[in-house]
Every structure is written in C-alpha cells, then in structure tokens.
Design a binder for this molecule. Structure first.
Ligand code: ADP
Ligand code: ZN
Ligand code: MG
Length: 492
C-alpha cells in the first residue's frame, strides 16, 4: 500500500485507535575487552586495528567468554527485575552481511540469560510497569562504511573494530501505548543502565540502539494488530518521530480498508517517514542452532546473590528516598537523581550544610546554572560538594545573605576555593564589628528621617525597611541579626 495517504490523519480518527509498542534495545557493555577475545573495545581506533582471528571470524579460531561481560549482563538483568537462569545457551544466528565475517552472530535464543522482568517508568500522569520479556547476551557486528571515501560511489568499506563487542539485548513486552510511553521507557532504561555502570549508553557512539515494534488496533479490541518493526532509531527524538509517523501510517491503511503488512521498516531521518525495507524475517530464516564452540553458561546462586548485593540504589528508589528522607520537592528529587554523580554530590553537600532543602535549591538552581553555562557535568564541578554545603550553612546561620551568597558561589566556581577563602580574599567577610556597624546604622538613620519618625510614632513594620537600607549600605555584609539589634537600640 502506498504511503501517500498518511499525512495528517484527523485527530478524531487517531483517537479511535490504540497504538501497541514493544521495544528491542541493544546496550553495549562497558567492558575493556570484547566478548569472546582479548581485543580492546576502545572507540575511535584506526579501522581494523582492534582485531584478532576470533573477531575476524577466521576458521578454527575459538571464542572464550568474557566473565566481566556476563557479570555486567547479570547486573543489568537483576536491575530490570528479571529471573537470571541458572543455565543459558549461546546460539548461532546465521545471516550474510559483509560486516559479519563469521557468517553468524553469536547470540542467545530459546534459553536466554534472563527472563520475566519489568521496569517502572515515570510518566506525566504517574507511573507504569513495563514488562521485560528477556535479556540476552550477544556479540556485535562490524561496521560497513558507505560514505566519506573518494571512491564511495563505487565501493564500500568494512571496519571490524566493533566486531565482537559485547551487547545485551533487552526485549520489552508490547506494553507501551503511545510514543510518549516508549520515549519514557527508553529514558528510564538508559538511566538505570548508567546507574549500574554497565554502559555509557552514548547513543551517538551507538552504545544504545533501539528498534521499535508497533501496531495499532481499534480501541476496545482485544487482539493486537499486525506489527511493523522500525529500525535505525538512533536518537530519542527519532524514536518519537518515527513512532508517531508509523502509527499514523498504519491507521491510514486500516481506515482505507487495507491491511498492515508485517515487515521491517527504516526510519528516514531526512523525510521523517518510515520506509519499507524487507518483509518480516522469521526465526527459522536464521537457522538458529546451539553454538558448538561454547559451553552452556551457568550462573551459581552465590554469584547472582553477590551481584544483587552489589547493585547500587536505583534511580526510582533514590528519588522516593530523597523526597521522603530530606523532604525535598518531587521535581527537585528527580533532577537530583538524574545521574548518580548528581545524587552523590547533593547528599555530600546536604550532609555538610545540615539543611538538605536549602541545599537542594542551591544545587538545582545556582550550581546547575553555572555548570550548564560552563558546559560542565556535575562530576567536574569546580565547587566541591563540601564547600557548597559550607556556603549553605553560612546562609542558615545568617553569616551571609542569599544575595551575597550568589556572588560568592560564582567566585567559588571560578577559583575552586571554599566560601571562606573567597570571602577572605575579596574582603567580603561579614561586618560583625559593632563599631563599624553603628556607623552605618547612624548614616541610615540620618538619611531616612521620614521612616524614623514613622517608626517612633509606633509603625513597627518600618523597621524592616531600615534593616534593608543598612544591608544595602553594607553591600550585604552586615550580620542581619546584629543590624536589627543595633537599629532598635539607636531608635530607642
Ligand atoms: P517476532 O516473533 O516478530 O520476533 P516477538 O514476539 O519476539 O516478535 O516480539 C518482538 C518485539 O515486538 C517485542 O518487543 C514485543 O513486545 C513486540 N511485539 C510483539 N507483538 C507486537 C504487536 N502486535 N504490536 C507491537 N509490538 C509487538
Ligand atoms: Zn579479537
Ligand atoms: Mg522474536
């Protein structure tokens, strides 16, 4: 069926259908070496330099399983609440492609590493549990290069540095019902993978890749429609654009009395459309069979338990704990748990300040603003967490005003010094010297006769104005509680 009908399915028609989405996500594990050989996984090396007989697929070369890759895969599976099988099997998935020198991918098929998991994703309107069908281990292919060479009009090249890089594939249940849910799922999945440090999930480097399976059905129908699988979704934005397009395309087909074909489609970044690539391949096309060169993978109870115990607190948990333990706003808790580095920074700073709520404001507000402007991650913050905590403590004690603290923080950010060091250097130490303060107070009284008269006539609220004037005259350096005292005394 032609794709010319899809542009702009009217909203009232869209509303009659329910999209059904399941994602297959590939995550590159952050091991130092490849999954079946000792070649480095480093990015950006000279093409075809990180290779050996195993990852080149030379005849007779034997794979040796990388223990670290298995450990990371188990960590990922446990973080996704999966049951890790005691015994899983590697299988050959046979297909021909120039970047696949062995002629098959080593993957897992009917006995994967882990199954039956779930992840709770956060949506605007609350939370939703998305089932995880399975998590399995596999090796990556090399890379074909069709562009960028003088003779690219005639030739393509192959770089096998990536061949044999460890991947996990995470397959979700068809539990998502909109492109927004798919977006949220991928966001939360990425965050969990980064928290447990199994992957950088850098999409630009291909460390996180996603294929989307999507179908539509009339609302209320109890059976799923025929799905299409959309490939080449290498950014979060493309995932959403491709899904929205594909959903409309399928609805338009059904509306015009046609049938959705089960097929693999490619997202075209230039047109924002999905384009048919090939009719759906089936498992039997791959002639899966158990990998004869690898033993079954066995995981002991002790190993699984050790990994489970070592798994750090995951983002959803941390978010809830921050909100309940520190009494900070839900939104702040979310911002502060976006990365482990941010969460650790906040907790250190809060411990130093003794005032978590104010600390949360300073981290999410001023500090993150300075970091953003400098293009820095919080893990590279020039202001140490302890020093930010120290500054917040001084505000709480009334030793600096909030306004002056902002200036001090900016200077701490430039110099990397503590608040006290900045204040000493800049002569910003608080005026707690009674003599100096009295002089300023006397000036303010002399310059504001009208307000002084009002105060003396019983209008106590004017005191606030006078305090403000003194603070201003002292460039925020006067100790506010002392100002109050001295003013009252002078005014009688
Ligand atoms: P296949 O046999 O085509 O490989 P699977 O059942 O293994 O299909 O599912 C592959 C992916 O497609 C999973 O993420 C799953 O959730 C999703 N999926 C399965 N059926 C549908 C459907 N009707 N609509 C949308 N997604 C689906
Ligand atoms: Zn190798
Ligand atoms: Mg399948």
């Amino acid at each position: 069926m032609s794709s010319s009908v899809e542009a702009g399915v009217p909203p009232e028609i869209l509303a009659q259908y329910e999209p059904v989405i399941g994602l297959e996500v590939h995550v590159q594990l952050a091991t130092r070496t490849k999954i079946f050989c000792a070649c480095p996984t480093s990015f950006g090396a000279q093409p075809n330099s990180n290779v050996c007989p195993v990852c080149l697929g030379l005849p007779g070369a034997l794979p040796v399983l990388n223990r670290q890759a298995v450990e990371m895969a188990i960590r990922a599976a446990l973080a996704l609440n999966c049951e890790v099988r005691q015994r899983s099997i590697f299988a050959r998935k046979n297909y021909f492609y120039p970047d696949l020198p062995k002629g098959y991918q080593i993957s897992q098929y009917d006995q994967p590493l882990a199954e039956h998991g779930s992840i709770e994703i956060s949506l605007d309107g609350g939370k939703k549990r998305i089932g995880i069908t399975r998590v399995h281990l596999e090796d990556d292919a090399g890379k074909s290069m069709h562009e960028g060479f003088k003779d690219s009009d005639r030739y393509s090249y192959v770089d096998l540095n990536r061949s044999g890089t460890p991947l996990i594939e995470i397959v979700s249940e068809p539990d998502m019902r909109s492109s927004d849910e798919a977006y949220a799922y991928l966001t939360d999945l990425k965050q969990v993978m980064q928290y447990i440090e199994v992957s950088s999930c850098d999409m630009e480097k291909g460390h996180l890749r996603c294929d989307a399976n999507v179908s539509v059905r009339r609302r209320g129908a109890d059976r799923f429609g025929t799905k299409a699988e959309v490939k080449n979704l290498n950014s979060f934005r493309f995932l959403k654009l491709a899904l929205d397009h594909e959903i409309q395309r399928q609805i338009a087909i059904l509306e015009s009395g046609g049938q959705v074909m089960q097929e693999t489609r490619l997202f075209n970044v230039a047109t924002g459309e999905t384009v048919g690539m090939r009719s759906k391949e089936h498992a039997h096309d791959y002639r899966y069979f158990p990998e004869p060169d690898l033993l079954p993978l066995r995981t002991s109870d002790a190993w699984r338990n050790r990994i489970r115990e070592e798994t750090p607190e995951l983002p959803a948990r941390k978010r809830e704990r921050f909100a309940s333990e520190y009494g900070i706003r839900e939104y702040d808790a979310q911002v502060l748990t976006l990365t482990r580095a941010a969460a650790e920074y906040f907790e250190k700073a809060a411990a130093a300040s003794g005032d978590p709520r104010t600390t949360a404001n300073w981290v999410t507000g001023d500090l993150m603003g300075l970091l953003r402007a400098a293009g820095k991650d919080i893990s590279e913050s020039p202001v140490r967490a302890e020093d930010l905590g120290g500054l917040v403590r001084m505000i709480a004690r009334g030793e600096v005003t909030g306004k002056l603290a902002k200036e001090i923080l900016a200077k701490m950010f430039t110099s990397g010094e503590s608040a006290r060091a900045v204040m000493a250097r800049e002569g910003l130490e608080q005026i707690s010297d009674a003599g100096a303060l009295e002089k300023i107070v006397e000036e303010v009284i002399a310059n504001n006769p009208k307000q002084v008269a009002q105060y003396k006539a019983g209008k106590a609220a004017v005191l606030g104005f006078l305090v403000g004037q003194v603070m201003k005259a002292s460039r925020g350096q006067a100790n506010p509680s002392m100002v109050n005292e001295v003013l009252r005394a002078k005014l009688g």
